[in-house]
Design a protein around this ligand. Sequence first.
Ligand code: ATP
Ligand code: MG
Length: 708
Amino acid sequence: MNASWSDPLSPTPNPALVSDAARVAFWEGQASRLDWAGPWTTAHRFEGPRRIGQDADGNPTWSVPELAWFEGGRLNVAHNCVDRHVEAGRGAHVALYFEGEPGDRLVYTYADLQREVSRAANALLALGVERGDRVVIYLPVIPETVVITLACARIGAVHSLVFGGFSAEALRFRVEDTGAKVLVTTDGQHRRGAVVPVKAVADEACSGDNAIEHVVVVRRTSRPGRSDLPRGTRGTHSKEEDAVPWTRGRDVWWHELVAEQPDVHEAEAFDAESPLFIIYTSGTTGRPKGLVHTMGGYLVQAAYTHALLFDLLPDVRDDEGRLRPDELSTVNDPAKVDSTVHWCTADLAWVTAHTYEIYGPLVNGVSEVIYEGTPNTPHWGRHFEVIERYGVTTYYTAPTLIRSLMGAFPKGVPPLYNLNSVRLLGSVGESVNPEAWRWLRAQLGRDEVPFVDTWWQSETGATVMSPRPHDPQFAPPGTFDDGAPHTALKPGCATRAVPGLSTRVVDEAGATVPPGVQGFVVVDRTGPSMARTVWGDPQRYLSSYWQAYAEQGWFLAGDGARCDEEGDIYILGRVDDVINVSGHRLSTIEIESALVTHPWVVEAGAAPVRDELTGHAVLAYVVLTPEAERVPADELTATLREHVAREIGPIAKPRAVVAVPDLPKTRSGKITRRLLAQLWEGEPLGDRSSLQNEEALERIAEVLAARG
Ligand code: ATP
Ligand code: MG
């Protein structure tokens, strides 16, 4: 294999160097990380869009592309994530540390997990779930969510996780779109210190036209939990059990169902291209799309990228004597695996959690934390307590949370917590503002640990671009002869594609844009975890992702980006968020990042509003620090306009600066800029089904009304 194309020091690999044969061989090598019950016959097949005719306007029409990896190969995903670690003598190693919002805790070893997943698999089979059937999992972050997800994988059922905070409407759409046979939910949930009933929401979601045969209810809030689980305590006691609405014949208590099941189950192997799960995109840009991921390719890229980015690969010395991980290694360093306590703070229903909280960490056999609650329950130090309690080594979170922590601790994290276990930080979900990047690294990472800013999407299934944990820029000062690695730091830079993939930043015609110029991100060589189709709507798979560069066979990501002189890529936000002022394409994320460098501003959301002369004008919403709330509105606007002009240029000056208590965000923490613009323009608000804080909209509307 040609190592030059993945040299960690080289900028974005030149696509010309990435021969298809080398790329496929690389992923075949990575596939050896897994246990296969039978070898694949075709390593990779890509039938890009083909021209099949033309429409009424004379535009070419294209076939829907087909992608496959490891076809004919047979494996069981749950066996790979659980059983094989037990078989390898690591049954006593901790798989999960669970911490509930009320403070209850549980520890599951890999052997515990094997028993629980086996019982759960038997339970699903007893309910009549067969391979290929869909199971919608509407649960909070509790061990059962991981167990039931793995149990689906084990029996070949297709899972679709839905965020436990979603409304009945959002759940109904997913129940109906997947055609699920079983919905798994809870009696209630702990949310911000309160117990919230959930079952009635699930019932409402199942009241329409659907294929649901059973609603399975995990007991979380109505009673102490099962006593046969490993150490720890469970739930809170209340009399609410009787209040759980119940449909006889359809509804089943999970604890009663599993109690009858044996804790052994023989895992069957499935074809690598069998569907593993359906994940719905946030729907920021319309009706959510159910992306379909398959077993073999997905698990290979989840395993490799988790190992690469969270530093499990063995270290080697390069020609210059520098220590760095062997990026092409197909094995992990056992000492690194044993000493890792991973924590991905995402909700389990988000794609981030599928790959770096369920499948990636477990397939690599590390220990990890799952935490049920919000980061400020009962106080903003909760995450630091969790890090200290479990000795978290890799902390992977979202920019929105970092900004909230910055707002909560303007003077820095108080020295009450021992955070020295942290050896790597990461973020995902949005571009991380450089200010937030520096803050987190200083506060949790002693200004010295690597920070991986991982860029990827529900569509790509796993990370596509990210800095590497051992990039020289992260080395402590003095490590290298060339000195001053800190000058090479690139906070907020997604950097370059990981080995085996390749990206470009191109213009509308597909030509690579020069450094400094904004273009579109395309993945010109996708990896094995790429989504195979949109559930029930293959045409939409073509039209959303492949049509724009059908000729070239490139995947359109929908994000804008810019390269620097070294070929490293900065993500500038979603293309549909771009603000176009007199032909200058401004990045929302850059304007927001500029605003949050001002000491008054905790968070910022920038959005385009219509302007007759310039096309768009910039509108800025800001969440202020308590001290800044006293600043008069005129002074605030003038100061922040000047600040943005200084940081970016006068063209980016916001037309208006509006101080608001909170910004509307999706479940995965993305600011919904589309709604910010619609509120200002007084337009009807579009889809809100994936918002985590709908009340923010009303508050903003009140602020705008008060301005007149
Ligand atoms: P929808 O496509 O329905 O609007 P979504 O794009 O919000 O939903 P996800 O797949 O969870 O759903 O998010 C992927 C998007 O998140 C990327 O396209 C990008 O805009 C953003 N993103 C994720 N990670 C990063 C990152 N490290 N830097 C910049 N942007 C990121
Ligand atoms: Mg998207």
